[in-house]
Design a protein around this ligand. Sequence first.
Ligand code: ZN
Length: 227
Amino acid sequence: MRRKDQICYLCGKGGADSRDHVPPEMLYYRQDGIGLPSDLITVPSHQTCQEKYSLDEEYFVITVTGGSFADKAAWAKWWNHISPRLKTPEKKRLSKRILNACFPVDIVSKSGIILGQATAVDIEIERINSIIGKIIRGLYFHHNDKILPFDIGIKILTNLQPEFINKSFIEGYKRSFPDAEFHYRGVHREFTYSFFGDIIEDKLTWFFRFFNHYQFFCVLKKLEPET
Ligand SMILES: [Zn+2]
């Protein structure tokens, strides 16, 4: 076993006894009998380090799937996998928590006419950000064979709807940073990612897209020592 296979990408210590999926494995569960795709990214970790994130991961997958109803694959996943799971007795508290976070909103036309009502959800953004940060750590390890230094801060700029990061946004971004290398990895509908910048230098910008819908824009930056 190579040494890097023993280092846990979450805590940076040796003795990794497991591998963790990046992004969370649960995002890929399918009900059509074909199981998980065989080419998912995994990185070494301690089982105990992974477990600390398991509730947030579940919340994350529920949120990005439930919030992507415009996407057919997300819709199917919700009804076939997540909705039945939320009805089980073990998930009673979680489903209650999500239901309590739902509130009605008016759908208003551009001219100000109320067209009807829809349901919005107060998203627990710190749980979402915790998993986005974990995904960045995982991808960083995957591409760079070392852990993301702990003095690198991760700024998650926003949680965006699809119209924002489109082709022209990305082209414009590339033009602003002509020396930065651009990498695009689009493998599965559930998750695609791109990154700009020099991964060795820890100056990186990441774009994540889930189900062709939810998007995240994240910047890594060395933290200035506090004075
Ligand atoms: Zn660990």
